[in-house]
Design a protein around this ligand. Structure first.
Ligand SMILES: Nc1ncnc2c1ncn2[C@@H]1O[C@H](COP(=O)(O)OP(=O)(O)OP(=O)(O)O)[C@@H](O)[C@H]1O
Length: 239
């Protein structure tokens, strides 16, 4: 059974100052089985992030449905979920990783990951153990653990971002251009991280500008320029 079904999704943005409406996405449909990875590709401004933000409920779409197979709530339309349900899902079932690290200032790398575990209602001891395991798993140098991440490199910030999102063990992980502005070596590290996440059974939706990065990584590629078709699983299709 599909863990995520997106049906005929559409989102408009109204510019109240100009009195204009911009259609960001229209008629987007795809579905994803548990443990699969779908990559969304398309030109800048084609609406890729709008899809991810609609799934994460940062945006409420104007049309369509997003059916998510929740462990807690069963089959749930994310476009109609209550605020309480969305808060719960963000804490426990749906993770979001972007290229930007937006965290509380004056918190160390270790404290940030521990906080993510504590938010799930775990004890201090379990938070400490799980945070250390996650930081090790994503290969953050132990000398960085008790420092503030504002001085981290792009790749280190990103791996911390992924550690904070995945330590909650979300069923669905949304990756919003996590490799943007990274060099080749750091991208390769992210690739390894994604391979590990796939191996652990995570379901992933990702946006990557570098299409070659997606080769042999995705089970499906959704191409915005040929929307709403899903390109054959595992086959690269340039827009
Ligand atoms: N909050 C918003 N308010 C108004 N317009 C928006 C908003 N978010 C996105 N848009 C518009 O919707 C369209 C799609 O934006 P989106 O960020 O989803 O594209 P994208 O494919 O992710 O682009 P990129 O690859 O450049 O990041 C763009 O024209 C953008 O200007």
């Amino acid at each position: 059974m599909a863990i995520l079904e997106v049906h005929n999704l559409g989102k408009n943005f109204i510019n109240h100052y100009l009195g204009t409406t911009r259609q960001a996405i229209n008629g987007i449909s795809f579905q994803l089985e548990k443990g699969q990875f779908i990559g969304i590709v398309g030109k800048s401004g084609s609406g890729k992030s709008t899809i991810l933000k609609s799934i994460y409920r940062t945006y409420i779409p104007n049309q369509g449905n997003i059916l998510f197979e929740s462990e807690r709530f069963g089959r749930l339309d994310l476009t109609k979920a209550t605020e309480r349900q969305v808060i719960y899902l963000r804490k426990h079932e749906i993770g979001y990783v972007s290229q930007f690290l937006n965290v509380m200032p004056r918190r160390t790398c270790r404290q940030l990951v521990e906080k993510a575990v504590l938010e799930m209602g775990e004890s201090d001891f379990r938070a400490k153990c799980q945070a250390e395991a996650a930081l090790e798993h994503f290969e953050l140098d132990p000398s960085l653990w008790d420092t503030f991440p504002n001085t981290f490199s792009g790749g280190e910030k990103l791996r911390l971002n992924i550690a904070m999102a995945t330590v909650k063990k979300p069923r669905l992980l949304l990756l919003d251009e996590p490799t943007a502005s990274l060099d080749h070596q750091s991208k390769e590290k992210v690739r390894e991280v994604i391979e590990k996440l796939k191996a652990s059974g995570k379901t992933l939706v990702g946006i990557f500008h570098d299409i070659t990065f997606m080769d042999n990584l995705c089970d499906q590629i959704f191409n915005m320029s040929t929307k709403p078709t899903i390109i054959k699983a595992g086959v690269r299709n340039e827009s």
